[in-house]
Design a protein around this ligand. Structure first.
Ligand code: AKG
Ligand code: FE2
Length: 979
């Protein structure tokens, strides 16, 4: 860790490898000794236990020397079990440019953390490095029986029965060894915490071993992320059939008998026996299970019945682990007995929030405390980042803590309006947190007595500078018993602890940890004043949270009034609606520049539809297409997750259940996607099995700029062109309220080779509407999970060198109404409620920028604001003079409007009345949130129209597009005409 922190990359990779080797050695030794010393034939008696104990001490001492008596802490053990060292190691190798080694370390980590976007991203990067082969993506911790099991399945699918049976047999015998080692690995030390009687000490300790042993089953039958149910038993299902096919009846009978030991009433197996006996005339005594399997099943029966006894009848002291608490076990290293009087179920109070995506995950019961809850989904990633920005704008104190109160945020916004959206999110966030807490505890008296956004720095190991006695609290302070505590505290996390550090925990009265919470963006934890709690410090990442204290007594946080005042002031400046005359003038400027509305209104069978041409030049289209090609995310671009590797790697590394479904692997996870996509198509579209679908959004583009993988200019072009489109849509539809970006997505759809006739019949994007869900009767439901805030949509096309892929408007019955062929510079815009679709792309690649707009400023695409801010700072670094000039214009900009005022007063009303309507908009999952992929493409120097930066800044300022903006654009009319 020291080498890692100090950037000594070659050293850190080799030291982590040593640590891993040593851990393996340590565990192996320990288990070998335990196995060696067990005398399975000796009857259980205390004298035998003494002999075994003696043997164990000697054995450990001999191999481990002084380390024999050292305790490996639970935390360290867990880190190794979770493969954390591979994560660090891959980074060290990466920094050291050893990509092959980095690939295997990263892959090993990925197998147990498939949710880790960073790792996925890195894997994509390694895959593209010279010299890195598919074979380098190996799971270094892979267990041999898993390979055999998968090979068995493959052979079975290929009807190679003898090979299949061999592999399943090998898998079984390897598995039995592995499982025994796992169980023996459970015989670790145990801290009693209390002083039980001799017999209770043994019983209590024994119980923790049993619980641990039972976990081995689940752990060992999990392949990557998938658990194979009834793993051992399933072997016999395959075996009996494989042996039958291979004409090895004797073994087939034994396999059936083995299977029935696990599931004695299994109908299929019983009818197999019947068939053998009645039809083929074999006798019943042939169906005898093997000894080893019988012993195995008996052993588990004994364990299970002991666990049953413990669960039902064994009386635990207050601080002994309860084996029932699986739910909390996930997060917690120690779980203590539950007091059933605490089992209060309050989920009914908060059901209304569920529909909006705020899910109650744990309540008092699972948390061992009446006054505790946890919910997920308050905010999405970009909003988390925007909120954390407020704390990051504050100075860091000596303990590495940055904290922004509401008052601070007013100061921050007064200095830079860049933070306005963050402040508004802060305000809405705390309002929602209060409402949720009020509802959960059924306590309407609550108001916010203090709120702050707190980030603890990950750059330094912050606890080094914390006083010894400090128990760090979420609000950045140390625990102080003398302070008056708020009735409730609610914490919303803003960062993810992908490295497993920085957990929040609850403690019981006797100090033991009762439950732990991994902080992740959008997760909410609430607790009452008597809940003992604390947090582990994190040193690798910043750890940020929005912390709200709720109280039934005044005063309220004075920052609330200040924020309201500032918001009102800002809103007032924008009160003026967009002027229709101005709209017409801006539209005229568009026309003068050569933008031509080719179809609209009746020609398209709908009032709010138009097609325009001339919105971008071929050069610009090409730039964007190459960006999409180089950096687009393979796969769906939505929430589905492509394999970072070859299909075979997916097959072998990431999950047997999915591998079993062969054809469904790639399309898995998309509700309306193809169900029969063959695995050989690596990354398919969510809609058509004949296409690959690659997408890129702004937050990813910004990340690519930050990592120097693409030039700032190309991002600038992406933002600028889309802003140009937004302005046209706003003006053409003669909006009197400003139209904001809700989401921007650069997407390419590529035809795969396939049966052309079939392809033609398949839609690239089935008929849908963008802000509601079409029902069977042709109506469209504004489901809260649809993007109801979207008012208009537009798609700007980038090319026409492909076949198929026409956009079409549809009738209520989904049949085609009118279709439009894409071409560079063409835009189709429409009311987001219009029905539309895309025909199958039969040849080549079709690229477009899809954009969705909203009139609700609460849904502003935050990543766009971030991107603009970043570009502006890059710009000012590169070119101070020019920047100043732009800023002047920026400052004098006028003429914006919006209805935030309305929104805000509504929010205010709800905040006061306890209603839950509009501020719930903050609860949003963005299904377009993408997985990230790395690529080190060359940086193209794109000619960017600097003069149009005004437009971008207009966005950040909620400014309406102004005539001045457009006249600024005159600069590129020439180049457009030229082309
Ligand atoms: O690409 C197109 O033409 C339309 C895409 C679309 O409708 C969507 O992504 O919602
Ligand atoms: Fe659409």
């Amino acid at each position: 860790m020291d080498a890692y922190k100090n950037g000594k990359w070659d050293k850190c990779s080799s030291l982590f490898q040593k640590a891993i080797d040593d851990y393996h050695f340590y565990k192996r030794t320990l288990i070998d000794c335990r196995l060696k010393c067990k005398d399975k034939k000796a009857p259980p008696s205390f004298s035998n236990i003494l002999v075994e104990g003696n043997c164990l001490r000697k054995c450990k001492k001999k191999v481990l020397g002084f380390r024999a008596e050292l305790e490996v802490s639970f935390a360290v053990n867990k880190k190794f079990e979770e493969r954390a060292p591979y994560n660090y190691m891959s980074f060290c190798y990466f920094k050291d440019e050893q990509f092959k080694a980095a690939a295997s370390a990263a892959f090993t980590y990925y197998v147990t953390h498939p949710e880790d976007e960073r790792t996925l991203e890195s894997l994509q990067f390694y895959r593209l490095q010279k010299g890195v082969e598919e074979e380098d993506f190996v799971d270094k911790e892979k267990r041999s029986y898993q390979s055999h099991y998968i090979s068995g399945l493959t052979a079975y699918n290929d009807r190679e029965w003898v090979t299949a049976a061999d592999h399943f047999q090998q898998s079984l015998s390897d598995y039995f060894i592995e499982e025994e080692r796992c169980r023996v690995g459970c015989e670790n030390g145990f801290v009693h915490g209390v002083f039980p009687d001799f017999i209770n000490a043994i019983a209590d300790h024994y119980l923790t071993v049993l619980v641990c042993e039972q976990k081995c089953l689940k752990m060992l039958s999990t392949f990557g992320t998938d658990e194979v149910k009834d793993f051992v038993c399933e072997h016999f299902n395959y075996l009996q059939y494989a042996y039958y096919q291979a004409n090895n009846f004797e073994k087939a009978f034994e396999s059936i008998a083995n299977y029935l030991l696990f599931k004695p009433k299994d109908g299929l197996m019983l009818s197999n026996i019947k068939y053998y006996m009645e039809t083929l005339g074999y006798s019943a005594d042939l169906f005898t299970p093997s000894k080893i399997v019988r012993e195995y099943v008996d052993m588990w029966k004994a364990i299970d019945s002991q666990l049953d006894f413990i669960r039902e009848s064994y009386i635990l002291p207050n601080d002994v682990i309860s084996p029932d608490a699986e739910a909390v076990m996930k997060d917690s290293e120690e779980v203590y007995l539950e007091d059933s009087s605490l089992a209060v179920n309050r989920s009914a109070n908060v059901v209304v929030f569920e529909k909006l995506g705020l899910h109650l995950v744990n309540e008092g019961k699972q948390f061992k405390g009446n006054d505790r809850f946890m919910a997920d989904g308050l905010i999405r990633d970009d909003q988390c980042a925007a909120l954390a920005d407020l704390a990051r704008a504050m100075p860091e104190n000596e303990f590495g803590v940055r904290s922004a109160s509401l008052k601070d945020s007013v100061q921050i916004v007064s200095k830079s309006e860049d933070y306005e959206i963050s402040m508004r999110l802060f305000f809405r966030g705390l309002a929602l947190m209060r409402l949720y807490t009020s509802a959960y505890f059924d306590d309407s008296s609550l108001h916010v007595s203090h709120a702050s956004i707190v980030c603890r720095s990950g750059a330094v190991h912050s606890d080094l500078s914390l006083p010894e006695s400090c128990v760090p609290q979420e609000d950045g302070s140390c625990w102080n018993p003398n302070l008056q505590k708020p009735k409730y505290t609610v914490v919303a996390y803003l960062t993810d602890n992908t490295d497993g550090t920085g957990q929040f925990y609850f403690r019981g009265d006797n100090g033991q940890v009762q439950a732990k919470v991994d902080p992740i963006c959008g997760r909410l934890v609430g607790f009452g004043r008597d809940s003992r709690h604390g947090l582990n410090l994190s040193w690798r990442h910043d750890r940020c949270a929005l912390v709200v204290q709720l109280s039934s007594v005044l005063p309220e946080d004075p920052g609330i009034q200040e924020v309201k005042k500032l918001m009102a002031k800002l809103d007032e400046e924008r009160m003026k609606g967009l002027d229709e005359k101005d709209n017409a003038a801006v539209l005229n400027e568009f026309y003068k520049q050569g933008v031509k509305v080719s179809l609209h209104g009746e020609q398209l069978f709908g009032r709010e539809r138009f097609v325009a041409d001339g919105l971008s030049t071929p050069a610009e289209c090409d730039q964007l297409i190459s960006l999409a090609r180089r950096e687009g995310i393979s796969g769906d671009g939505y929430q589905g997750r492509p394999s970072p590797h070859s299909s075979s790697e997916l097959y072998s590394g990431l999950g047997v259940n999915r591998a079993l479904k062969l054809g469904k692997v790639a399309g898995d996870g998309y509700p309306d996607g193809p169900t029969d996509s063959p695995i050989k198509t690596k990354f398919v579209s969510p809609y058509s099995k004949y296409e690959v679908f690659e997408g890129l959004n702004i937050s990813r583009s910004l990340m690519l700029v930050d990592e120097n993988r693409i030039s700032a200019n190309i991002l600038h072009l992406f933002l600028d062109i889309s802003e140009h489109a937004r302005l046209l849509v706003e003006k053409f539809f003669n909006q009197t309220r400003r139209l904001y970006f809700d989401y921007t997505h650069l997407v390419c759809r590529t035809a795969l080779d396939g049966d052309t006739e079939d392809v033609e019949k398949t839609l690239s994007h089935p008929v849908h509407a963008d802000n509601c869900i079409i029902q069977d009767d042709g109506s469209c439901e504004k489901d809260p999970l649809a993007y109801v805030q979207r008012t208009y949509s537009a798609v700007m096309y980038l090319n026409d060198d492909f076949e198929g892929g026409q956009f079409f408007f549809a009738h209520k019955n989904k049949s085609e109404q009118v279709s439009i062929s894409p071409t560079c510079g063409r835009i189709v815009a429409f009311n987001a409620g219009e029905y539309h679709g895309v025909k199958g792309v039969t040849k080549g690649q079709r690229c477009a920028i899809a954009m969705w707009f909203t009139n609700d400023p609460n849904f502003v695409e935050v990543s766009r604001l971030h991107a603009i801010r970043r570009l502006r700072s890059i710009d000012s670094e590169n070119n101070n003079e020019k920047h100043d000039g732009l800023d002047d214009e920026f400052d004098t900009a006028t003429g914006s409007n919006d209805n935030i005022d309305n929104k805000q007063s509504k929010l205010e009303r709800e905040l006061n009345s306890g209603k839950t309507e509009s501020d719930l908009h903050i609860v949003r999952e963005d299904r377009h949130e993408q997985t990230m992929k790395a690529d080190s493409g060359s940086h193209s120097g794109v000619e960017v129209r600097r003069e149009s930066l005004m437009n971008l800044e207009g966005t950040i300022d909620y400014n309406a597009g102004r005539i001045e903006d457009l006249s600024e654009r005159n600069g590129d009319v020439e180049s457009r005409d030229e082309l």
